[in-house]
Design a protein around this ligand. Sequence first.
Ligand code: DHB
Ligand code: FE
Length: 279
Amino acid sequence: MAKIVGGIMTSHVPLLGRAIARNLQEDAYFKPWFDGFPAVHRWLAELKPDVALMVYNDHGLNFFLDKMPTFAVGAAPQYRNADEGWGIPVLPPFEGDVDLSWHLIESLVGDEFDITTCQEMLVDHAFTLPMAMLWPGRGAWPVRTVPVCVNTVQYPLPSAARCWKFGEAIGRALRSWKSDARVVVIGTGGLSHQLDGERAGFVNKAFDQRFMASLASDPQWATRYSNAELVEKTGTQGIELLMWLITRAALDGGATALHSNYHIPISNTAAGLMLFENP
Ligand code: DHB
Ligand code: FE
């Protein structure tokens, strides 16, 4: 059976794409963020995952308000990026893992998660930037990928409690995949930020840090909150922290937090990074 080696949660701010394109990792503004990554690079080099299951939210590149699945799973041999208008370069295509995709889809539907299946799928900055930050400076990506996309854009969104169960179902699917592959689960989004409206620029350091700590000590802590409460505490886009919750739920209960970084701000966002290793 496949092995889940661990999980990585990270913010996915578009400005980071411009920083990477211009090699600004050592620039005073970006350094505190990029300095969080070498520890994760060392872990990836040691654990050598074959597949990255990417849990992220699309921002209008592949799904728009006219057709918005709550949960969608990619089942394509290859995933392409495209220009989203943020001024970030389009990245080389990502290899899929069609066998894992269809196993995941069958397992999730069997588990009563009636997801949308996508045999064609564009992947946006929430997928591509974490890949570029985790495997920097490469011509070709060293892992196959399976995108799992969650609606955080258009009301109504799945609740934190539902997202926790979805993550558990992803974990069951991965553990029952007949393969010797090593899988890393990567969740992208958050932490607190709000891009629009009266509270544009809102961040909440105290809540973010409580949330990050909870993923290690009491992983289901955030499921006590409604989405309205989470938006109040973290901002309209801070709700992307649901991706972190799904990722943690896919790991074993006893997964250990090996590394974290938190920095305010990157653009409008309180940016966070965490690494968990499965026992
Ligand atoms: C920003 C953050 C995001 O998560 C995103 O998807 C787009 C923009 C920002 O802070 O600029
Ligand atoms: Fe986002």
